[in-house]
Write a protein that binds this ligand. Structure first.
Ligand code: ADE
Ligand code: ZN
Length: 319
């Protein structure tokens, strides 16, 4: 039995399972450089974030129509429901689609179609978080926010993802200020591969309310103190950290010490089609590898609702 939980760090494009990728490729006449799903799965051996991102972006070629995006999101929600997810705040990467000629409206309306029926069909409330690709320019992020304006009612927050090192949060000061002016909430990936300083910058320059990953905060005790005292949530993704080699094996993941330090930790799946498990599987894996007991797993589930962008009534209904 899976605990009721919220998922707060989930890239919808990272839920593209090989079977769906091949089905969409056939439907859209896209040639994939893999003979079958088995051969594709064999390519899921990553050295770091960049080697993963190369495949992640390449496979998105199969996503072309509103229906494709709707099917992708619906498949995720159906799976998430079986793993106890009651609320999901879902990232999407518009630039990865607009750069290959898919209009932003196709992406957002397609995802929106699945999200609109999610409470009824899957018992999961949803929000959308629009991420800027940090290895693209600040101008491109501003253009993306501008292009998203007709759909802003569908978006709760902005985020920052893709290749981290060399692309510090401060590069996106202006677009985060513009997003704030539109009433959007703010998160950012920081401290996944990048240094603790990027976590500080995300808080101080961008004004984010949650840190996605934040793993490397553990190198900076003053930063840990601050995250604890300000109760800044961290959306950790332990299976991702192993697959992208931020840590060697799950048994060495600092989740337990992070919880012991008083950090507001949540556990999430990041890109579950690529990293070997959805969020319920992740809870199970940290239970097995780190010996987290039932009470600690309950704390993680409770934290996920506290860290979610839900008001009190919504939170009560979701739990
Ligand atoms: N995009 C998808 N998954 C990501 C991750 N783990 N880090 C940064 N960008 C991503
Ligand atoms: Zn991520």
């Amino acid at each position: 039995m899976h605990l009721p939980k919220a998922e707060l760090h989930l890239h919808i494009e990272g839920t593209l399972e090989p079977e769906l990728a091949f089905a969409l490729a056939a439907r859209n006449g896209v040639d994939l450089p893999y003979a079958d799903t088995e051969e594709l799965r064999k390519a899921y051996l990553f050295e770091d974030l960049q080697t993963f991102l190369d495949l992640y972006y390449a496979l998105m070629a199969v996503l072309r129509t509103e229906e494709d995006f709707a099917e992708l999101a619906d498949a995720y929600l159906a799976r998430a429901a079986t793993q106890g997810v009651r609320h999901a705040e879902i990232f999407f990467d518009p630039q990865a689609h607009t750069d290959r000629g898919v209009p932003i409206g196709t992406v957002i309306e397609g995802l929106g179609r699945a999200l609109d029926r999610s409470e009824e069909t899957h018992g999961i409330s949803t929000q959308l978080i629009m991420c800027f690709l940090r290895d693209k320019s600040a101008e491109s992020a501003l253009e993306t926010l501008e292009a998203a304006k007709p759909y802003v009612h569908r978006i709760s927050a902005v985020g920052l993802d893709s290749a981290e090192v060399g692309h510090p949060p401060a590069k996106f000061r202006e677009v985060y200020a513009a997003a704030t002016a539109l009433g959007l909430r703010k998160v950012a990936h920081a401290g996944e591969e990048g240094p603790p300083e990027y976590i500080r910058e995300a808080l101080d320059v961008l004004g984010v309310e949650r840190i996605d990953h934040g793993l490397r905060c553990m190198e900076d005790p003053d930063l840990v103190d601050r995250l604890v005292s300000e109760r800044i949530p961290l959306t950790l993704c332990p299976l991702s950290n192993v697959r992208l080699r931020a840590i060697d094996v799950l048994e060495q993941h600092p989740l337990r010490s992070m919880m012991d330090a008083g950090l507001l930790c949540t556990v999430n799946s990041d890109d579950p089609a690529y990293f070997g498990g959805y969020v319920g599987d992740t809870f199970h894996a940290v239970h097995e590898a780190l010996g987290l007991d039932r009470e600690q797993l309950r704390t993680l589930a409770r934290n996920s609702f506290e860290a979610a962008f839900l008001d009190h009534d919504e939170e009560r209904r979701a739990r």
